[in-house]
Design a protein around this ligand. Structure first.
Ligand SMILES: NC(=O)c1ccc[n+]([C@@H]2O[C@H](COP(=O)([O-])OP(=O)(O)OC[C@H]3O[C@@H](n4cnc5c(N)ncnc54)[C@H](OP(=O)(O)O)[C@@H]3O)[C@@H](O)[C@H]2O)c1
Length: 244
């Protein structure tokens, strides 16, 4: 299939490794001019060089950082067509171990880090009557996972935002969707203490997902032919979710 996004301009957040990196690589392979961001400048520069992206160091958990990043990238690329919202996940925790400061930090990192760049990207997308907004959430947003309380609680709300927003921006040719990764083999999965062989047994397809499989879904949703898909939360999870 011809995705017809050659020459489009993208910002992929949280993309020095893992799912974000895989998505940036997939977009670059389609001829999309792609900017990436992350906090660790050395790793960001290394990744950018390896894959041919433009690096923008940024900590998305800081107030207003996502909006400033969108403005910088838009100025550098001469516009922005595709915005991929993604950050690292929160630390595992159960309800009674999370204090108010941690809830506020989680809200800043998982919620406002999505709202701030989307608000900044919309005026340009509206003016050009074309845009693709994708937000990486988690299967935890639909079916809570054990000991991931902040992710379970906050990401479900993002799905409400995405569906409601799709109604406000659809007339300008802008789509917005959530992508829900299931267990996918990235550094985070290992760092969060998941054991691949054990987790794989819980997945109907019997294995952990590959970042490039998740990236293929993101790339399609960013494409021209995906223009009639909006307001959805779509999983790439090997069949893990049971809800219909
Ligand atoms: N992998 C899975 O199985 C899985 C499953 C469900 C949901 N998810 C969710 O999907 C998202 C991506 O997961 P992943 O596995 O690709 O994670 P990852 O391997 O930890 O990669 C996260 C990327 O985001 C960057 N990042 C983290 N915090 C940031 C911040 N505050 N500002 C800017 N960049 C930031 C990281 O670089 P720096 O650290 O240098 O900033 C890195 O490039 C996470 O939210 C995760 O919870 C993943």
């Amino acid at each position: 299939m011809d995705y017809r996004i050659d020459g489009r301009r993208a910002l992929v957040m949280g993309a020095s490794r893992g799912l974000g990196r895989a998505i940036a690589e997939a977009l670059l392979a389609e001829g999309v001019k792609t900017a990436i961001c992350a906090r660790d400048t050395d790793r960001l520069q290394k990744t950018a060089k390896e894959i041919g992206a433009l690096p923008f160091p940024c900590d998305l958990s800081q107030p207003g950082a996502g909006a400033r990043l969108v403005q910088e990238v838009t100025a550098r690329l001469g516009g922005l067509d595709i915005l991929l919202v993604n950050t690292g996940g929160p630390a595992p925790a159960s309800f009674e171990t999370i204090d108010e400061a941690q809830w506020r930090a989680g809200f800043e990192s998982l919620w406002l880090s999505a709202v701030s760049p989307i608000r900044a990207a919309l005026p340009g997308m509206r003016a050009q009557k074309w845009g693709r907004i994708l937000v990486v959430t988690s299967v935890a947003a639909r079916e809570p996972l054990p000991n991931l309380m902040i992710s379970n609680a906050l990401r479900a709300g993002l799905h409400g935002l995405i569906n409601a927003l799709s109604r406000e921006i659809g007339a300008d040719g802008i789509t917005v969707n959530a992508l829900m990764p299931g267990y996918t083999l990235t550094e985070r999965l290992k760092e969060a203490g998941f054991k691949a062989e054990e987790v794989a047994k819980t997945v109907p397809l019997g294995r952990i997902g590959k970042p490039e499989e998740f990236a293929a879904l993101a790339c399609f949703l960013a494409s021209e032919p995906a223009g009639y898909v909006t307001g959805q939360a779509i999983a790439c999870d090997g069949g893990l979710l049971r809800s219909i």
